[in-house]
Design a protein around this ligand. Structure first.
Ligand SMILES: [Zn+2]
Length: 131
């Protein structure tokens, strides 16, 4: 299952962030997923539920934002968003193009649960940007 490998990678990164912040439990994991990844949402959620067991993210929720494909024509360098699986340049109709966006699968941020003893920052959970 393609989704499980992808999830393991991002979950590992999320857990590193949690550990770096005093091993706070992870409340939610937020990703950006390019459409080129062909993620099946049900499998993705299922893979996450399987991978998070017995980790700091055991109760975490997963959300993701899809990133549409953007390609650049190899011939005339026009940037366009293909409307189908067949890429056809809007300017010169060439179907040779290079993917420039939409292949990513990145951890956008994780939300960690605040420790109950925290005095400062009672505005809710902190958001840690991963990059
Ligand atoms: Zn073109």
């Amino acid at each position: 299952m393609h989704e499980l490998g992808l999830i393991r990678n991002v979950l590992e990164r999320a857990l590193e962030i949690a550990e770096a912040h005093g091993s706070l439990p992870v409340e939610s994991v937020h990703l950006r997923v390019g459409d080129y990844q062909n993620i099946v949402p049900e499998l993705f959620s299922f893979a996450f539920e399987a991978a998070r067991v017995d980790t700091l993210a055991a109760d975490a929720t997963l959300t993701w934002e899809s990133v549409p494909l953007k390609v650049q024509c190899d011939n005339c360098k026009t940037l366009y968003m293909p409307e189908s699986l067949i890429w056809n340049c809007l300017t010169c109709a060439s179907n040779a193009a290079t993917l420039v966006e939409g292949n990513e699968l990145v951890l956008d941020h994780v939300v960690l649960q605040e420790p109950e003893t925290a005095v400062a920052d009672t505005q809710g959970a902190s958001v840690w940007k991963s990059r």
